[in-house]
Design a protein around this ligand. Sequence first.
Ligand code: DC
Length: 223
Amino acid sequence: MPASPFIIVAIDGGAASGKSTSARILSERFNLLHVDTGSFYRAVTADLLRRGVAPADLPAVKTALASLKLGTRLNGRSAQMEVDGRVLEEEIRSRAVNENVSHFAAIPELRTALLAYQRGLADVARDHHFRGLVMEGRDIGSVIFPNADFRFFLQADPAERARRRASEGQQDSIAERDRLDSSRKTSPLTCPPGATSLDTTHLTLDQVVERLAGPIAARLAAA
Ligand code: DC
Protein backbone atom coordinates (compact mmCIF):
# COMPACT_ATOMS: atom_id res chain seq x y z
CA MET A 1 0.00 0.00 0.00
CA PRO A 2 1.49 3.42 -0.90
CA ALA A 3 2.34 5.76 1.99
CA SER A 4 -0.37 8.36 2.52
CA PRO A 5 0.52 11.77 1.04
CA PHE A 6 1.95 14.62 3.09
CA ILE A 7 -0.60 17.43 2.93
CA ILE A 8 -0.25 21.16 3.44
CA VAL A 9 -3.30 23.17 4.53
CA ALA A 10 -3.06 26.97 4.37
CA ILE A 11 -5.59 29.05 6.31
CA ASP A 12 -5.47 32.82 5.92
CA GLY A 13 -7.74 35.54 7.22
CA GLY A 14 -8.01 38.62 9.39
CA ALA A 15 -7.75 38.77 13.17
CA ALA A 16 -10.43 36.69 14.97
CA SER A 17 -11.77 35.27 11.71
CA GLY A 18 -11.78 31.77 13.23
CA LYS A 19 -8.43 30.57 11.88
CA SER A 20 -6.70 29.46 15.06
CA THR A 21 -9.44 27.39 16.63
CA SER A 22 -10.32 25.62 13.42
CA ALA A 23 -6.64 25.04 12.53
CA ARG A 24 -6.10 23.46 15.95
CA ILE A 25 -9.08 21.13 15.50
CA LEU A 26 -7.92 20.12 12.00
CA SER A 27 -4.46 19.38 13.37
CA GLU A 28 -5.98 16.96 15.90
CA ARG A 29 -8.36 15.35 13.45
CA PHE A 30 -5.82 14.68 10.71
CA ASN A 31 -2.57 14.49 12.70
CA LEU A 32 -1.15 17.69 11.21
CA LEU A 33 1.49 19.94 12.74
CA HIS A 34 -0.28 23.18 13.73
CA VAL A 35 1.58 26.37 12.90
CA ASP A 36 0.24 29.78 13.97
CA THR A 37 2.46 32.21 12.04
CA GLY A 38 0.82 35.21 13.76
CA SER A 39 2.53 34.01 16.94
CA PHE A 40 5.87 34.18 15.08
CA TYR A 41 5.36 37.80 14.07
CA ARG A 42 4.31 38.45 17.65
CA ALA A 43 7.39 36.73 19.11
CA VAL A 44 9.76 38.71 16.89
CA THR A 45 7.85 41.90 17.74
CA ALA A 46 8.14 41.18 21.49
CA ASP A 47 11.86 40.52 21.11
CA LEU A 48 12.50 43.71 19.11
CA LEU A 49 10.47 45.82 21.54
CA ARG A 50 12.45 44.31 24.42
CA ARG A 51 15.62 45.39 22.65
CA GLY A 52 14.21 48.93 22.37
CA VAL A 53 13.80 48.78 18.58
CA ALA A 54 10.95 50.81 17.05
CA PRO A 55 9.32 49.69 13.77
CA ALA A 56 10.03 53.09 12.19
CA ASP A 57 13.78 52.68 12.75
CA LEU A 58 14.67 50.47 9.78
CA PRO A 59 18.46 50.42 10.34
CA ALA A 60 17.91 49.26 13.95
CA VAL A 61 15.38 46.63 12.77
CA LYS A 62 17.89 45.29 10.22
CA THR A 63 20.69 45.13 12.80
CA ALA A 64 18.43 43.30 15.24
CA LEU A 65 17.25 40.86 12.55
CA ALA A 66 20.85 40.00 11.68
CA SER A 67 21.38 38.60 15.19
CA LEU A 68 17.98 36.93 15.54
CA LYS A 69 18.39 33.30 16.61
CA LEU A 70 15.24 31.34 15.87
CA GLY A 71 14.44 27.80 16.88
CA THR A 72 11.36 25.60 17.11
CA ARG A 73 9.85 23.73 20.02
CA LEU A 74 6.95 21.33 19.71
CA ASN A 75 4.15 21.70 22.22
CA GLY A 76 1.87 18.76 21.50
CA ARG A 77 0.88 19.25 17.88
CA SER A 78 1.83 22.93 17.79
CA ALA A 79 5.10 24.47 16.65
CA GLN A 80 6.31 27.27 18.88
CA MET A 81 9.01 29.72 17.91
CA GLU A 82 12.03 30.06 20.17
CA VAL A 83 13.86 33.37 20.14
CA ASP A 84 17.34 32.97 21.62
CA GLY A 85 16.24 29.63 23.03
CA ARG A 86 13.14 31.02 24.76
CA VAL A 87 9.45 30.65 23.92
CA LEU A 88 7.82 34.02 24.63
CA GLU A 89 4.35 32.99 25.77
CA GLU A 90 2.48 35.69 27.65
CA GLU A 91 4.25 38.73 26.29
CA ILE A 92 3.21 37.99 22.70
CA ARG A 93 -0.42 38.83 23.63
CA SER A 94 0.49 42.08 25.40
CA ARG A 95 -0.97 45.42 24.47
CA ALA A 96 2.41 46.70 23.25
CA VAL A 97 2.71 43.73 20.89
CA ASN A 98 -0.88 44.14 19.67
CA GLU A 99 -0.15 47.78 18.87
CA ASN A 100 3.17 47.21 17.11
CA VAL A 101 2.98 43.83 15.39
CA SER A 102 1.33 45.04 12.16
CA HIS A 103 3.95 47.79 11.82
CA PHE A 104 6.81 45.30 12.13
CA ALA A 105 5.00 42.79 9.88
CA ALA A 106 4.86 45.41 7.11
CA ILE A 107 8.69 45.55 6.90
CA PRO A 108 9.81 43.48 3.87
CA GLU A 109 13.18 42.59 5.49
CA LEU A 110 11.40 41.15 8.51
CA ARG A 111 9.05 39.08 6.32
CA THR A 112 12.03 37.78 4.35
CA ALA A 113 13.76 36.82 7.60
CA LEU A 114 10.77 34.60 8.47
CA LEU A 115 10.12 33.10 5.03
CA ALA A 116 12.58 30.18 5.06
CA TYR A 117 11.84 29.54 8.73
CA GLN A 118 8.14 29.08 7.98
CA ARG A 119 8.73 26.87 4.92
CA GLY A 120 11.17 24.78 6.93
CA LEU A 121 8.38 23.71 9.26
CA ALA A 122 7.18 21.28 6.59
CA ASP A 123 10.45 19.36 7.20
CA VAL A 124 9.89 19.55 10.96
CA ALA A 125 6.43 18.02 10.42
CA ARG A 126 7.87 15.24 8.23
CA ASP A 127 10.69 14.52 10.69
CA HIS A 128 8.15 14.15 13.50
CA HIS A 129 5.92 11.86 11.43
CA PHE A 130 2.96 14.18 11.10
CA ARG A 131 0.70 13.54 8.15
CA GLY A 132 1.14 17.13 7.06
CA LEU A 133 0.85 20.62 8.41
CA VAL A 134 -1.85 23.23 8.85
CA MET A 135 -0.41 26.73 8.79
CA GLU A 136 -2.44 29.84 9.54
CA GLY A 137 -1.63 33.46 8.85
CA ARG A 138 -2.11 36.22 6.30
CA ASP A 139 0.07 35.15 3.36
CA ILE A 140 0.33 31.38 3.66
CA GLY A 141 -1.70 30.52 0.56
CA SER A 142 -0.28 33.46 -1.41
CA VAL A 143 3.43 33.51 -0.52
CA ILE A 144 4.62 30.83 1.90
CA PHE A 145 2.91 27.80 0.35
CA PRO A 146 1.19 28.96 -2.87
CA ASN A 147 1.05 25.31 -3.99
CA ALA A 148 -0.52 24.05 -0.77
CA ASP A 149 -2.94 21.16 -1.20
CA PHE A 150 -5.71 23.23 0.42
CA ARG A 151 -5.89 27.01 0.65
CA PHE A 152 -8.68 28.55 2.69
CA PHE A 153 -9.44 32.20 3.33
CA LEU A 154 -11.71 32.99 6.30
CA GLN A 155 -13.65 36.21 6.72
CA ALA A 156 -16.16 37.55 9.25
CA ASP A 157 -17.92 40.84 9.91
CA PRO A 158 -15.78 43.26 11.97
CA ALA A 159 -18.43 43.49 14.74
CA GLU A 160 -18.53 39.71 15.12
CA ARG A 161 -14.73 39.53 15.20
CA ALA A 162 -14.54 42.24 17.87
CA ARG A 163 -17.10 40.28 19.90
CA ARG A 164 -14.98 37.09 19.61
CA ARG A 165 -11.80 38.85 20.77
CA ALA A 166 -13.61 40.48 23.69
CA SER A 167 -15.04 37.11 24.75
CA GLU A 168 -11.43 35.84 24.89
CA GLY A 169 -10.74 38.71 27.31
CA GLN A 170 -8.36 40.36 24.85
CA GLN A 171 -7.99 44.03 24.09
CA ASP A 172 -7.09 44.22 20.44
CA SER A 173 -7.79 46.86 17.80
CA ILE A 174 -8.50 44.29 15.10
CA ALA A 175 -10.03 46.73 12.61
CA GLU A 176 -6.90 48.87 12.68
CA ARG A 177 -4.60 45.82 12.40
CA ASP A 178 -6.60 44.49 9.46
CA ARG A 179 -6.41 47.87 7.76
CA LEU A 180 -2.62 47.89 8.15
CA ASP A 181 -2.27 44.20 7.17
CA SER A 182 -4.46 44.61 4.07
CA SER A 183 -2.89 47.83 2.83
CA ARG A 184 0.80 46.99 3.17
CA LYS A 185 2.82 46.56 -0.03
CA THR A 186 4.53 43.27 0.84
CA SER A 187 2.35 40.16 1.16
CA PRO A 188 -0.90 41.96 2.07
CA LEU A 189 -3.84 40.15 3.60
CA THR A 190 -5.89 39.13 0.59
CA CYS A 191 -7.70 36.07 -0.70
CA PRO A 192 -5.32 34.68 -3.36
CA PRO A 193 -6.74 33.47 -6.69
CA GLY A 194 -7.86 29.86 -6.45
CA ALA A 195 -8.24 29.83 -2.65
CA THR A 196 -11.57 28.83 -1.10
CA SER A 197 -13.15 31.80 0.66
CA LEU A 198 -15.48 31.22 3.62
CA ASP A 199 -17.51 33.81 5.53
CA THR A 200 -17.70 32.58 9.15
CA THR A 201 -19.90 35.39 10.55
CA HIS A 202 -23.04 33.27 10.88
CA LEU A 203 -21.40 29.86 11.20
CA THR A 204 -20.76 27.93 14.39
CA LEU A 205 -17.25 26.65 15.00
CA ASP A 206 -18.43 23.11 14.15
CA GLN A 207 -19.81 24.32 10.83
CA VAL A 208 -16.56 26.10 9.96
CA VAL A 209 -14.54 23.01 10.81
CA GLU A 210 -16.80 20.76 8.73
CA ARG A 211 -16.45 23.04 5.69
CA LEU A 212 -12.67 22.88 5.96
CA ALA A 213 -12.39 19.23 6.96
CA GLY A 214 -14.72 17.86 4.25
CA PRO A 215 -12.38 18.24 1.27
CA ILE A 216 -9.35 17.16 3.32
CA ALA A 217 -11.08 13.97 4.47
CA ALA A 218 -12.19 13.26 0.90
CA ARG A 219 -8.64 13.66 -0.41
CA LEU A 220 -7.15 11.44 2.27
CA ALA A 221 -9.81 8.79 1.74
CA ALA A 222 -9.02 8.73 -1.97
CA ALA A 223 -5.25 8.45 -1.42
O1 DC B 1 -2.89 36.13 13.68
P1 DC B 1 -2.47 37.27 14.63
O2 DC B 1 -3.55 38.26 14.84
O3 DC B 1 -1.89 36.76 15.92
O4 DC B 1 -1.27 37.99 13.84
C1 DC B 1 -0.56 39.06 14.40
C2 DC B 1 -0.04 39.98 13.31
O5 DC B 1 0.98 39.32 12.57
C3 DC B 1 -1.07 40.44 12.28
O6 DC B 1 -1.60 41.70 12.62
C4 DC B 1 -0.31 40.52 11.00
C5 DC B 1 0.92 39.68 11.20
N1 DC B 1 0.96 38.47 10.38
C6 DC B 1 1.41 38.60 9.10
O7 DC B 1 1.69 39.71 8.64
N2 DC B 1 1.56 37.49 8.33
C7 DC B 1 1.25 36.28 8.80
N3 DC B 1 1.41 35.20 8.01
C8 DC B 1 0.74 36.14 10.11
C9 DC B 1 0.59 37.27 10.88
